[in-house]
Design a protein around this ligand. Structure first.
Ligand SMILES: Cc1cc2nc3c(=O)[nH]c(=O)nc-3n(C[C@H](O)[C@H](O)[C@H](O)COP(=O)(O)OP(=O)(O)OC[C@H]3O[C@@H](n4cnc5c(N)ncnc54)[C@H](O)[C@@H]3O)c2cc1C
Length: 370
């Protein structure tokens, strides 16, 4: 297991229930199980569900971009979580990857500037964060048979990357099984306090069964709001929809060999999956259902920079919702009362931040819940 800051002392509390088996809940469950806690994880979906359907969970919709180092800030909570996650990822991947299910972080990431002003910001970032492997975009990409128009230049981040989030979820669940984590497929109806003195919590499932434990960790994305409301807590969240698409090019001239793992332009990620196919995403939509207008706009934005963006088949298209906090920055990491912790509302970077947030939960348990 990765070497993490928390070395568990003799714990009084042994049993923990994690609600939500997306990347955030599964990473949290894994980290706590590796520290010796008895974990139950509950998700309304089997981890295999939604991979091939158009409507997915946040984690199964994700493009898995780990854009940790090229963050403009260099202090504050957001930066600390990014930095810590980027430290944990290499070891976490090593511990998850098996011969049957190899898993890697593909690097590097290239960000193209769309204006002079953006390039000036990039120059400052390069000055500040060169030590993390961020530099000016090397010239050799310009000589590739196909590339993006980059009049203003760009940057390369050698340590930021991309992970296949479907494989990641599978690996996390395989590891949870190997650590004897109790995995339950059911919807959580509500949470209740059993006894105000002992602070035992009861998680009530759809079939009426109850799971009792000393600690409950809520990682249920947008559903966290409803679960907390029943305990008289307010956590206003909004759902921001994201669409992504996979294109297969029919023109044999279009070949992504030699491309970096990710090209980011105007906030859109282009991820070459095969020499002739590209993942593109994601849109930001304030709607509950996907609107083709946003997908069209996203593809047009890329087409302006890449005249080769034509003559393709849409191989796959999907969407998911991100849970965004209304009055506070994402993610929400809080102990709201003894034994009740929230690690949710990850909005845009849940995959990236999941390892550091899992570690935060274990430190919080040590601080307040033993
Ligand atoms: C199209 C798209 C692309 C994205 N790309 C990236 C990216 O490149 N990099 C990145 O870091 N992030 C990306 N994100 C954001 C990222 O996916 C989310 O931040 C992350 O998945 C949040 O993980 P989560 O576990 O909190 O939520 P989810 O994956 O949504 O998991 C919540 C889980 O809780 C379960 N659940 C909910 N209610 C209940 C209940 N009552 N009972 C039982 N179970 C329940 C759900 O079934 C679900 O599995 C993207 C998001 C989208 C939509």
């Amino acid at each position: 297991m990765p070497i993490l800051r928390n070395t568990k002392k003799e714990a009084v509390i042994k049993d923990i229930t994690v609600i939500g088996g997306g990347v955030v809940g599964a990473s949290t469950a894994l980290h706590l199980a590796s520290l010796g806690y008895q974990i139950t994880i509950v998700d309304q979906n089997n981890s295999n569900i939604a991979k091939n359907s158009e409507h997915r969970t946040g984690s199964t919709a994700s493009l898995g971009v780990l854009m940790g180092n090229i963050f403009t800030r260099h202090k504050g909570r957001s930066w600390e979580l990014r930095k810590r996650s980027m430290e944990i990822w290499p070891e976490l991947i090593k511990s998850l990857s098996t011969e049957e299910l190899p898993i890697i972080v593909n690097t590097p990431l290239v960000k193209i500037a769309s204006s002079k002003e953006e390039m000036i910001k990039m120059e400052n970032l390069i000055k500040q964060k060169k030590y993390l492997g961020i530099d000016f975009l090397p010239d050799n990409y310009q000589s590739l048979p196909i590339w993006i128009k980059n009049k203003y230049g760009g940057l390369i981040s050698y340590n930021d990357g991309q992970i296949n989030s479907l494989k990641l979820i599978d690996s996390l669940f395989l590891k949870l099984k190997s650590l004897n984590v109790n995995i339950i497929t059911s919807k959580v109806k509500y949470i209740k306090r059993i006894n105000d003195n002992t602070r035992i919590w009861s998680v009530i499932l759809e079939d009426g069964k109850a799971i009792n434990s000393h600690i409950v960790i809520i990682c249920a994305a947008a559903e966290s709001e409803r679960l907390l409301q029943q305990l008289n807590y307010k956590l206003p969240l909004t759902k921001i929809l994201g669409q992504a698409i996979k294109l297969k090019f029919k023109n044999s001239q279009v070949n992504f060999s030699g491309w970096p793992a990710i090209v980011n332009i105007k906030g859109i990620n282009l991820i070459p999956e095969q020499p002739d196919s590209l993942l593109i995403g994601a849109t930001l939509e304030n709607e509950l259902s996907p609107d083709k207008k946003y997908l069209h706009q996203m593809l047009e934005t890329i087409r302006e920079k890449a005249e080769w963006m034509q003559n393709y088949l849409i191989k796959e298209k999907w969407y998911g919702h991100r849970a965004k906090p209304i009055n506070e920055p994402a993610p929400i990491l809080k102990s709201i009362e003894k034994g009740l912790i929230i690690n949710t509302a990850h909005y845009r970077n849940g995959v990236l931040l999941s390892p550091a947030c899992a570690e935060w939960v274990s430190l919080e348990i040590n601080k307040f819940h033993q």
